[in-house]
Design a protein around this ligand. Structure first.
Ligand SMILES: Nc1ncnc2c1ncn2[C@@H]1O[C@H](COP(=O)(O)OP(=O)(O)OP(=O)(O)O)[C@@H](O)[C@H]1O
Ligand SMILES: [Mg+2]
Length: 288
């Protein structure tokens, strides 16, 4: 009964998810001036977040009516103070957290409100690189990059191995393929984690502060790999980061969050050099 009361206290009524074509049209008009993305006629967003709300324990509201579209090949950088809900938003996109209300669609497919089996299938489309790498310590770098391919995508060993070598080479670690995580530096481990995520060829790749656990001299290599991926690959990326140089150079769009709300979004140079909101100015001043 207590739980029921909590539910009704925190329930947020959201309208049903929009029709795909209508949503794409509205998103296009909204995002056109806010992103360097090269829009294609009739294109639909890869990730569509509508009226996303997340409340923990029925009391702590962490995300409030978040609306965000991410387009194919777009690099969206997300900034904001600690506790603003950045990680929670990413964790909702790959369903590590269950949204309290609202809709998340990947390629016009609603992922919210699905069964565990459907969630497992849909999660393949969304890759994630964590702050703390999350590699299997007893497996080699190559095995770490292979395991999702063989277990989740059901690829054969040879095919998975060839893809692992290709992706480890792309992150500059071909010569470390047989090393295990404890024999690698933090920066090398994070590059393995990036190779692992890319090897799954997700529709969108999420990064949650991928360099903030690293010693400063290792940050550059990891940012270099991410920069390469963003500029030379066709990966769609949402990157939560405090690396302002990277965000400005590589981002197609910057999103500033505070208090669980998207306060403002726009072209990175606009958001950094000419923020519209006082809170964005304060935040940028405090870190800059
Ligand atoms: N499982 C949970 N249970 C209760 N509260 C949570 C939970 N996870 C996150 N929160 C709360 O949600 C708020 C947002 O957390 P979140 O981790 O999304 O912030 P963040 O913007 O990623 O911060 P940081 O920059 O420190 O990583 C915080 O106040 C946090 O305490
Ligand atoms: Mg976080």
């Amino acid at each position: 009964m207590f739980a029921k009361r909590q539910d009704s206290a925190t329930r947020v009524d959201t309208p049903p998810a929009m029709d795909a074509a209508e949503a794409a049209r509205i998103a296009f008009e909204h995002d056109l001036p806010l992103s360097k993305h090269h829009f294609v006629e009739g294109e639909h967003p890869v990730v569509r977040i509508e009226h996303l709300n997340k409340t923990f324990d029925g009391v702590t509201t962490v995300l409030r009516d978040v609306n965000l579209n991410v387009w194919n090949g777009e690099i969206v950088v997300v900034l904001g103070p600690s506790g603003s809900g950045k990680s929670t938003m990413l964790r909702c996109i790959n369903l590590l957290e269950t949204p309290t209300a609202g809709h998340i669609l990947i390629d016009d497919d609603e992922i919210t409100g699905k069964s565990a089996r459907e969630v497992a299938r849909m999660r393949r489309d969304v890759g994630m690189v964590f702050q703390s790498f999350n590699l299997f310590p007893h497996l080699t770098a190559k095995e770490n990059v292979m395991i999702g391919q063989t277990k989740v995508l059901k690829k054969g060993k040879d095919e998975a191995e060839a893809e692992a070598i290709k992706q480890l080479t792309a992150v500059g670690l071909a010569d470390r393929a047989d090393y295990k995580p404890p024999q690698l530096s933090g920066g090398q481990q994070q590059r393995v984690a990036i190779a692992r995520a890319v090897a799954m060829h997700p529709k969108v790749l999420l990064f949650d502060e991928p360099t903030s656990a690293l010693d400063p001299e290792l940050v550059r290599d990891v940012l270099g790999v991410m920069r390469d991926l963003a500029l030379h690959g066709d990966m769609t990326m949402i990157v939560v980061t405090h690396e302002m140089g990277f965000a400005r150079d590589v981002g197609d769009r910057a999103v500033f969050m505070e208090g669980g709300v998207v306060v403002e979004q726009g072209l990175p140079e606009e958001v950094f050099d000419n923020p519209r909101h006082q809170r964005t100015r304060q935040f940028l001043g405090s870190i800059g």
